[in-house]
Each structure stands twice: as C-alpha cells, then as structure tokens.
Design a protein around this ligand. Sequence first.
Ligand SMILES: Nc1ncnc2c1ncn2[C@@H]1O[C@H](COP(=O)(O)OP(=O)(O)OP(=O)(O)O)[C@@H](O)[C@H]1O
Length: 372
Amino acid sequence: MKLTEIELHNFRNYVDQTLEFSDGINVFLGENAQGKTNLLEAIYVLALTRSHRTNNEKELINWNSQTAQIKGRLQKRLGTVPIELDLGSKGKRAKVNHLEQAKLSTYIGQLNVILFAPEDLSIVKGAPQVRRRFMDMEFAQMSNRYLYNSTQYKKILKQRNRYLKDLHYKRQKDRVYLDVLSDQLSAYGAEIIYQRLQLLKQLEKFAQNVHSEISQGKEQLTFDYHTTVEADQLGSVESIYQSLLKHFAAIKDKEILRATTLIGPQRDDLHFVINGKEVQSFGSQGQQRTTALSVKLAEIDLMKEQTDEYPILLLDDVLSELDDFRQTHLLTAIQDKVQTFLTTTSLSGVQQELLTNPRIFRISEGNVTLAK
Ligand SMILES: Nc1ncnc2c1ncn2[C@@H]1O[C@H](COP(=O)(O)OP(=O)(O)OP(=O)(O)O)[C@@H](O)[C@H]1O
C-alpha cells in the first residue's frame, strides 16, 4: 500500500497544501517547530481518524478555521482509492471512494500505518507493564482469539483479586470458590501465555532480520519470555495450565496474605537479549534504540502476513537517536519494502546516494519546498 498524495486544508499550520509522495522514502526536513511533525500527524490522522499526540481534536484545526480536511490518494494492489477525513465541531466525517462511511470503523483500516516515535523506546527501557501492554495491543490486533482470551482473563482476574481481598480482610473461610477462580484463571492464562509465545516467535524472527541488517550482522537479537511456568512446561496450553494450577495451589496462603494474584500473564515480562546479554540492563543507548526499532519494524512483516498489504511507516524524529552508520542502514533496509515518511532536523548522517528515489521536503514555518 502506498500513499501517493495528500491534500491538507486548515490542518494545524497548513492552510492549503498538496504533496505528492515517493514510493520509497519521504523526508520532512527542517528546524524545530516548523511543522514537520504536523505533516506526519496528518498522515496518522488520515489513517486512524485520531492523533497520536493529542486527544483534543480542536488542536488539529487551524487557529483561524472551524473545520479541517485531509484527503489522501492510496495506491493499493487492486487500484487507486481516494479517502477523505473532515474534522469539525460536529465531529468527524470520513469518505472512501467519495462515499461517506456511516461508521468510522469501516473507514479505519483503509490506510494501515505503523508509527515509531521516541516514546517507543520505553518498550525496551520502560517498566514491564509497558511490554505487556505492547504485546497485548499488538496481538489483540492480530488475533481475535487473543483478544477474547485476554478480555475473559481480565474479568476473572478482577473477581479473583476481589475475592482474595474478602478472604484477607473479612476473614472469609470458603476457599473452594478461590480454587474455582484459580482454575478459570489458569485456563485463560495458559491460552494467553501459549499464544504470546507463538506470536513472539514470529515477531522475533522478523526482528532478528531487521536488527542484524541495521547492525550489519554484528548483533543477534533474541527474545526471552519470563514467566513462572517452567521452561519444559511451555510446549502446550495443557501443560501451561497444569503448571499455573500447581503454582496457585502452592502460593494460596501468600496470595491471601497479600490480597492479590501473584502469578499469571499479568506478571510476566519480555526481555530482549543481544549476543547473549540482556539489553535492558547491559545494552548501550544505541543498542536499546536499535532493539526498539527492530521490534517495531518487525510489526511491518507481521502486518503484511496478516493483511497481505504492507502498511506505511512513519518515523518521528528517530534518526537523531541513532549513530550515522545505523541511520543509513535503517533507511536502506526499509526503503525497497515499505513506503516511509520521516521527520528530521538533519540528514547529514545519512549516505544519501544509497537511497533510491527519495523525496525530501524542506519545511520552514509551514511552507513546504521540494528539495529533491
Ligand atoms: N492548530 C494550529 N494552527 C496553527 N498552527 C499550529 C496549530 N498547532 C500547531 N501549530 C504550529 O505548528 C508548529 C509546530 O509544528 P510541529 O510540531 O510539526 O514542529 P516540528 O517541525 O515537528 O518541530 P520539532 O522538531 O520541534 O518537533 C508550531 O509553530 C505551532 O505554532
């Protein structure tokens, strides 16, 4: 899938702007606060009807206007598709092929995007819940079964935690109901852990390729899923279920004392390992950034497997996070695969002669000129 053209009316600091894009790499180049990210945001909003930067949609509309409009032309395998999003005080209106869509859900998905912004570094550096959230969000998008299991799991987890509190504070005696909840939680938990492992295996394969390419084969990235389930019990849903049940039985008193559930997928973590060393603890800043980027870029391949079309890639201020060598390798690794849009204040670290057919837009105070 490619976005061949975008037209903006009163979107942020763009009153009337039309841009035609390259199939490969498109660069929005300029000083700070000139409107680079606004362009990337416009593409994101066109795709998902909401911004990655703000929940207040009024901010997206130019200060001197009441409405804004973003139009895009998509090149898909089956032909050209015009899409359009209108923003105003009465809400959003979306069109596909000039036809207004009754529901935004039929519109979203026309243009698939993957965004990588500096905040995504927290997948590597952040707390475990960031990684669990990452897995849950990604895998729920890819698998209805995963979404179902995690919804059920959360429901039962809530009940179980409430019951543990009752046992703790109200000194309730009936532990049989706790066993029932432990059994249900183990069943859904086992499904989740098993599916995470399967999907992580696929993601790891893709991330390994990207990482190896960016680091020129010097670094091998592997994933390590941390869970209380013993390594030799991870092979099937049934054995994970049995293991969780056994652990629940063993820690019953402790859980009542702490009044909360102490094991399960909501406590697991994902560790990233480069050449045998954990990146979170031992990786350099550059390695941590490359890892986050590799994991994010691996989603491109997973999405392609899923939807049969490549998404487009948005990179917000990512180059400055990488050394010159990795900047060039990142861009050459992705340029023939996926249409890319990136914002940067400088391209001096990139060997531009290695880019095929890049289009470089220079942005200054909301004015766009084609530099190449
Ligand atoms: N609703 C709006 N109407 C008009 N101008 C706006 C609106 N929202 C933001 N701007 C202007 O957009 C500019 C910021 O643009 P943007 O966030 O794209 O910067 P940038 O070029 O990405 O900079 P940086 O490199 O610092 O991130 C600011 O000058 C701001 O005043």
